[in-house]
Design a binder for this molecule. Structure first.
Ligand code: ZN
Length: 447
């Protein structure tokens, strides 16, 4: 079944960065088969038409850092920095189970879709004893909502009694983590082209994971050919923790463990000096920039301009909903632009570059740039149609500027592999009202 999206402004993010006013995107099944300037070629005369007049057509956004479970614990420790915020939230997170995680993940994924995400990762590192199959609950939620999913089996093994930050009851035994991570890869990982589900490995952070867990996790990920992720250099507290315990800063610590490589992406990377940026660039290690979460926790502003100039791959992430109650991926595109300019001047991030970070940049971090991140023949039909002809964007001639600098627009249509997930700004794959009620109920059930 062929359909043609026609009449919109098409921002391809292809190798030549082509844009077509009144262009078209032809989709056959799960893939894009042709993109070009209008009018639609005669050979598509019999295809179904999707009217995109008044819309900007972009690749679907790629979310490179998230904790879906946190949708159940939004709006807590609202005036705290990272370590204090974590200390207040860990005991609540210790009560999670598969029912809570499933309801939170469904609500979080539905909202992500509403904000333009067609692919998302999830960093899940909490496996409370007796909590059931929490990773399976996120996988089921993503299948239901219909987003392309890259969950990571996260972990923590250094509790407070060992000098870590989390309380002992939310950390796991190192050997158990590794065997369960291997089992998760075997159970879920689909490496095929167009896969809806790839697994990654993601020990949580240097202040909650042992040297053994970090080293063995990297070895496991590389042995199984899956990607590797962690939080790094988020706050100055973490710099101090690493200097005190390991005698070096976070990037140097990971480098000393043989951790860094082109198969790795790091969340935040706010506190980097020039040497650390050079180290990441030399290894081809990417950064998931989460500007809104960093601002919410007062962590600082990532040096995106310096990272990009050094050749470090950069994508965008909303981070968990407990440190970013907006949880809007298009909001992160906007924040990345504004924050870069606030510290680096007006040329520090163009509106088009910000969309690239949210699309192709994210695809690179997840190792999927051959499949997603741009509108090109042969890529997957992950496409967003942003409606820009309403009052909030009135008079903004450049549709890309309207998307990035204006308020988040309604989504006319969001396709994942050619399947509609959002239509006229409503999620159509799940009953939104029921998902919202379930999320409300699990939030209320926690102390
Ligand atoms: Zn995070």
């Amino acid at each position: 079944m062929t359909s043609v999206i026609t009449g919109g402004h098409v921002l391809t993010v292809d190798a030549r960065r082509n844009e077509y006013t009144g262009g078209y995107v032809a989709v056959d099944g799960t893939q894009i088969i042709e993109v070009g300037p209008g009018p639609v070629p005669e050979r598509f005369a019999g295809a179904e038409r999707v009217d995109a007049r008044g819309c900007l057509v972009t690749p679907g956004l790629v979310n490179t850092h998230h904790h879906l479970y946190q949708w159940a614990t939004r709006g807590r420790a609202v005036d705290s920095g990272l370590f204090d915020w974590l200390t207040q939230l860990y005991p609540v997170w210790g009560m999670l189970d598969e029912r809570i995680v499933g309801a939170a993940a469904t609500a979080a994924l539905a909202w992500l879709a509403r904000t333009g995400a067609t692919t998302t990762m999830d960093h899940h590192y909490l496996f409370p004893r007796g909590g059931g199959d929490v990773l399976g609950a996120t996988v089921a939620a993503a299948a239901e909502v219909g987003l392309r999913f890259q969950p990571t089996r996260g972990s923590m093994d250094v509790g407070r009694s060992q000098g870590g930050l989390p309380p002992d009851n939310v950390v796991e035994d190192t050997a158990a983590v590794l065997s369960d991570t291997q089992a998760a890869i075997e159970r879920f990982h689909d490496p095929s082209f167009g896969s809806m589900l790839r697994i990654g490995v993601a020990p949580c952070s240097p202040f909650s994971c042992s040297r053994d867990l970090l080293t063995e996790s990297a070895a496991l990920a590389r042995d199984r050919g899956v990607r590797l992720h962690t939080h790094l250099a988020e706050t100055s507290d973490e710099d101090e923790y690493c200097l005190e315990r390991f005698g070096c800063k976070p990037v140097a610590y990971l480098d000393s463990l043989g951790w860094l490589g082109p198969d790795v992406w790091l969340a935040h990377a706010v506190h980097l000096d020039d040497d650390a940026i050079g180290t990441l660039a030399a290894h081809g290690t990417g950064v998931a920039h989460c500007p809104w979460s960093n601002a919410r926790l007062g962590a600082g502003i990532c040096r995106t301009r310096a990272l990009l100039d050094a050749g470090v791959p950069v994508g965008l992430g909303v981070d968990g909903a407990a440190s970013n109650e907006t949880s809007s991926l298009i909001g992160e595109v906007s924040a990345a632009t504004h924050f870069a300019r606030a510290v680096g001047g007006p040329s520090a991030m163009s509106v088009r570059e910000a969309v690239e970070l949210g699309t192709l940049g994210g695809a690179r971090l997840l190792g999927r740039e051959a499949e997603i991140g741009s509108l090109e023949a042969g890529k997957l039909a992950d496409i967003a149609l942003w409606r820009l002809d309403g009052p909030p964007h009135l008079g903004i001639a450049d549709p890309v500027a309207a998307l990035v600098l204006g308020p988040p627009p309604p989504l006319e249509l969001l396709l994942v592999g050619g399947r509609a997930v959002v239509e006229r700004d409503r999620v159509v794959t799940v009953d939104e009202a029921r998902a919202e009620q379930a999320a409300r109920d699990v939030s209320a059930s926690l102390p």
